[in-house]
Write a protein of this length. Structure first.
Length: 152
């Protein structure tokens, strides 16, 4: 089939109009960073405050919060989380706090964590956590300004 200039011009003029009619598919980053639907790689978020670090949660002791499955090492920790999830959930949905301060999201590992003013912050790696710790106050201020817009 041969297209004339007139057909090509008609096609060129119609193409932008299709963009106005067709719904746009926007991929937004989920509010909580998970792997296979599980937050903090299955670590108990309350344990960061009680045990000073990551503790593996029990797959039988879970709750659903903001579309993610959260695991806990004990029923008491699950009850504490359910009573006040914002007190225990990591900041910035569990995404790398340093990355959010720089204007993007990145995954995290449970071992790269910090407690600052009673809040849990996670990082991509322990190396990135060292970078984060060089100026925590400024990084938190920048991340707070970027959150949640960095989700897209």
């Amino acid at each position: 089939m041969t297209l004339s200039r007139r057909h090509l011009l008609s096609l060129a003029l119609a193409t932008p109009a299709l963009g106005l009619i067709a719904p746009r598919a926007t991929a937004q980053t989920p509010m909580i960073y998970t792997e296979n639907g599980i937050a903090i790689d299955g670590s108990d978020p309350v344990a960061y405050f009680d045990a000073s670090g990551p503790v593996a949660g029990d797959p039988a002791i879970t709750t659903l919060y903001l579309g993610a499955i959260w695991r806990f090492a004990s029923e008491a920790n699950r009850a504490a989380f359910e009573a006040d999830p914002m007190a225990f959930a990591p900041q910035y949905g569990g995404y790398c706090a340093y990355a959010v301060s720089q204007g993007y999201t990145a995954p995290t590992v449970p071992e790269a964590w910090s407690l600052v003013d009673g809040r849990l912050y996670l990082n991509f790696s322990t190396g990135v956590r060292r970078r984060w710790e060089r100026d925590i106050a400024d990084h938190i201020a920048a991340a707070d300004a970027n959150w949640p817009q960095v989700l897209g």
